[in-house]
Write a protein that binds this ligand. Structure first.
Ligand SMILES: [Zn+2]
Length: 290
């Protein structure tokens, strides 16, 4: 654990917080608060010190050790609650039930779903009291419908969770994800002009935050452009565009990666169609409009 501001501890996830692990945040106080539980076994020592757990969103890499915290109350944004409360909700939000049985079983063994009871449903602007500090809920949807960041105003600090500033860029590969909301959430975060941020999958950052966020948002424009360039050359179907691996570069024969790529490409096409830049033919081909 690293104290990044007085009483605010960055808890580094195993394998530098790469999936299936994620970084957490621990905030001291009589009602000490842990945000997310995907760190890995190192999190176990925090169980006796934790009085409340807040989750950033429903993804398994952020909720993996919820089951250890049997004595505390859990909070999560209302819109993501179905994704942790029941296996049916999890598969509906993630879309994993749309995969074939073999890929589905592989994924189940990776994610090992266990339901979590949510005691408090959060909304944007809600305050969480740790006894010493107040943490404000920032609804930052797009990655998932109820994805949240957490603001400690006195330090200009935001835990942005999966607006994660990785080189990969934004991820919106679930049916429940939303590209336009993701763009809006990055804008909302930039408007706050944070002085320090930490994310679920990259180290804390105190410098050049705005340019890093701008570069992260720029990845979305580049993905749009790659799709438009391909369609300039010739009309293509969603499946053909997915096969070009613009987002993942490799699918490694993993059906689940191809599925996520298809979900994301579909959202770009819908967004481009919404701004009248592409159109879909009756035969399912996308063409560029001039
Ligand atoms: Zn996530």
């Amino acid at each position: 654990m690293k104290e990044i501001r007085p009483g605010i501890w960055f808890v580094e996830g195993e394998n530098r917080g790469r999936y299936p692990f994620a970084h957490s945040l621990f905030i001291d106080g009589d009602e000490s608060l842990l945000i997310d539980t995907g760190v890995g076994p190192a999190l176990d020592s925090l169980v006796p010190r934790t009085r409340q757990v807040v989750l950033s969103h429903f993804h398994r890499d952020h909720v993996a050790r919820n089951h250890l915290f049997t004595e505390v109350k859990f909070a999560l944004h209302r819109a993501d609650a179905p994704g942790v409360e029941s296996v049916e909700g999890f598969y509906r939000f993630s879309g994993l039930s749309q995969l074939n049985m073999e890929a589905y079983c592989k994924m189940i063994s990776q994610v090992r779903f266990m339901p979590t009871r949510i005691d408090r449903y959060l909304e944007d602007g809600d305050l969480i009291d740790t006894g010493r500090r107040t943490v404000q809920v920032l609804h930052l949807p797009g990655h998932t419908p109820g994805h949240c960041g957490y603001l400690v105003e006195e330090y200009g600090f935001v835990f942005t969770t999966d607006i994660d500033l990785t080189a990969f860029g934004p991820w919106y590969g679930n049916p429940a994800s939303d590209l336009e909301l993701f763009r809006a959430s990055i804008k909302k975060l930039r408007a706050l002009k944070p002085e320090l941020i930490a994310t679920g999958h990259s180290p804390p950052l105190a410098r050049s935050i705005d340019s890093k966020l701008a570069a992260y948002a720029e990845v979305l424009e580049r993905r749009d452009q790659k799709i438009l360039n391909a369609l300039e050359a010739k009309p293509l179907t969603l499946e053909q565009l997915t096969d070009k691996k613009f987002i993942y570069k490799k699918h490694n024969g993993q059906e689940v990666l191809r599925f996520f790529e298809e979900q994301m490409v579909r959202k770009h096409l819908e967004s481009l169609a919404g701004s009248k830049m592409v159109a879909k033919t009756d035969a399912g081909f996308y063409t560029v409009l001039h």
